[in-house]
Design a binder for this molecule. Structure first.
Ligand code: SF4
Length: 575
């Protein structure tokens, strides 16, 4: 290659995979990859060595995205935003490359000034990952492939003598605060921190100014007296009597809608954005710290058209922190009553682009049922039906009335915390009747304040839904508490060392629900149009589905009678 590009942008393989078209499989990056402490004399070591989830299986499901001469054909939405912002701010097309992770070395050379990496769970500390790896006792695939990306970048720099500054950005960069040795290991020049939660790094409002300052060396030293929208902080960490340093660059001015550029190349999964921020104020969530802004319909359509024209896509994943908040003003709208007209207009505009399928990424149960015409009307617009289910991620959080009232009361608005169980049951009913399937997330050890009675309330609620609505469709994923948002000063919930019997019960019940009501019932429907794919997933589901249940039973036996009694109680009363 001739002259190398000034700016190379990339993300690791787990963020650059179509996951064979199965949307739920994108969680697979959270799976455990390596167990460095496995007994070398054990059966599993003889078969798999240190691998936990076999790499051959992971690599099959997490298939690499297509590329054209090393240029990624699709990229994470947030990375596409930075790319388009740089082009808007005066960088030429030759200056900016979004590279495929397997080919990034092609683009790094003497003229490269910056390599920007987009990182959502770089060290495997996200809530789902922490749950699957027992609090990072194993290395997850998210971490494995992020490490692989940085090793490739460093090898390319060494080979070509490149002095490019490597900068990590996006919603997972907070993790470097908890394992600062990785900053040195990966050779990171800087870490972008601040109001960057969610999917679109807010840096897209001022990407040109940011990269100009970075290249000019303005972030080399911290100067607290210099007026700038970027603040450099050199943090010092002491670990094992060693002093470690990291350069953290903060940016806190959230761009207005007019300052947010539209993507110019296709995004992964046809992702587009319709809003930033959420006015519900859950204390455990960082999205809530951001001001609420909505894209007008025309802006949404322009991004979908890019995905159709350059990516041949026929679907749109609508990134939304709570889709049912779209178009309302949380300060003036009584009880967060949804703005049905605005939401209908949005989805009418989305479908008018000619796509065949769309689904919002997130929504609240309270918002879904606060207006009884809302979900049925939207369903008609987006043509949901028996052959077109709409997946949506919803926060179940906890069955505990006490905890939901204390940490997320506005998530329930217009309902009261003591109506939470009714909201959950009714929300599932309304969504399912209209062919929507909620994927629920729960928080284990919320603010380290969850008592055994809180956990049992969660277990009982899931069981009540199963018995009262046996045909209901939903999945439940427990996540361990991570201190972000208004609770950022709290401690992580340490699942590896402090899982009391009742919390094991929550994990056991949620997985049993997914296995019995989800995997066994619905996995056979995956890839119905493709017999090989269908066979693969049915076999995979029946073989691997029960493994976590057996593992938890084994864990309970090792922990002692209190843990075992919980498993037995669930089997006897809540199965
Ligand atoms: S409703 Fe969801 S996005 Fe909004 S603050 Fe609560 S957890 Fe965050």
């Amino acid at each position: 290659m001739g002259r190398y590009p000034k700016v190379v942008l990339a993300a690791d393989r787990t963020l650059m995979s179509p996951y064979r078209g199965i949307s739920l499989a994108s969680f697979f990056g959270c799976a455990p990859a390596l167990d460095f402490n496995r007994d070398h004399g054990s059966f599993w070591y003889q078969i798999l060595r240190n691998q936990v989830t076999p790499k051959v299986l992971f690599d099959f499901i997490c298939n690499p995205i297509e590329h054209t001469n090393g240029y990624a054909n699709f990229a994470p939405y947030g990375l596409r935003k930075v790319e388009s912002a740089l082009l808007r701010d005066g960088y030429s097309r030759e200056d900016v490359v979004v590279a495929h992770p397997d080919h990034i070395e092609k683009f790094i050379g003497p003229e490269t000034e910056v390599v920007g990496t987009y990182e959502m769970d770089p060290l495997g500390m996200g809530p789902v990952t922490m749950t699957f790896t027992y609090g990072r006792k194993h290395m997850s695939y998210d971490e494995f492939y992020n490490r692989d990306l940085h090793q490739r970048i460093n090898a390319a720099k060494k080979r070509t003598g490149s002095k490019a500054k490597v900068v990590a950005g996006a919603s997972g960069t907070w993790q470097y605060n908890y394992d600062p040795a990785k900053i040195e290991e990966y050779g990171l020049y800087g870490i972008v921190e601040g109001e960057l939660g969610g999917i679109g790094p807010e840096i897209d409002g001022a990407a040109g100014a940011f990269f100009d300052a970075l290249i000019a060396g303005e972030f080399d030293t911290a100067n607290p007296f210099k007026k700038s929208q970027f603040k450099v902080e050199i943090k010092e960490f002491v670990r094992n009597d060693r002093s470690l340093h990291g350069r953290f660059i903060h940016y806190w001015n959230e761009p207005s809608i007019d300052e947010i550029p539209n993507i110019v190349n296709p995004s992964m999964h046809g992702m587009i954005e319709v809003m930033r921020g959420c006015g519900r104020g859950c204390k455990f969530c960082d999205v809530t710290l951001r001001p609420l802004r909505y894209y007008p319909v025309e802006k949404v359509q322009k991004e979908i058209e890019v995905n159709i024209k350059y990516g041949g896509l026929k679907n749109a994943w609508v990134h939304s922190d709570d889709i049912f908040v779209y178009g309302l003003n949380p300060r003036t709208t009584k009880n967060m009553q949804p703005n049905r007209e605005a939401i209908e207009e949005l989805f009418t505009g989305i479908m008018a682009t000619g796509i065949e399928h769309t689904n919002p990424t997130h929504g609240t149960l309270a918002g879904a049922i606060a207006d009884e015409r809302l979900v049925p009307n939207v369903s008609k617009i987006i043509k949901s039906g028996p052959d077109n289910h709409i997946g949506i991620q919803c926060g179940f959080e906890t069955g505990s009335i006490r905890l939901i009232g204390k940490y997320a009361d506005r998530k329930l608005s217009p309902y009261r915390p003591d109506e939470w169980h009714w909201v959950v049951k009714n929300g599932i009913k309304v969504l399912n009747q209209n062919y929507w399937v909620p994927a629920f997330t729960l928080i284990m050890g919320l603010d380290n304040d969850e008592t055994p009675e809180d956990s049992w309330e969660t277990i009982r609620l899931i069981h009540e839904i199963e018995t009262e609505q046996p045909d209901s469709k939903f999945t439940t994923t427990p996540l361990t508490f991570v201190p972000i948002g208004l609770l950022e000063k709290s401690d992580f919930y340490d699942i590896g060392n402090t899982m009391d019997p009742a919390k094991l019960g929550v994990m056991y019940k949620t997985w049993q629900h997914n296995f019995k009501y989800g995997i066994q019932k619905f996995m056979g429907k995956v890839g119905r149009d493709n017999p090989i794919k269908n066979w693969f997933f049915t076999t995979l589901a029946s073989t691997l589905g029960g493994v976590p249940l057996s593992a938890m039973e084994g864990y309970a036996r090792r922990k002692g009678p209190d843990h075992e009694r919980v498993i037995e109680k669930i089997k006897a009363n809540y199965w």
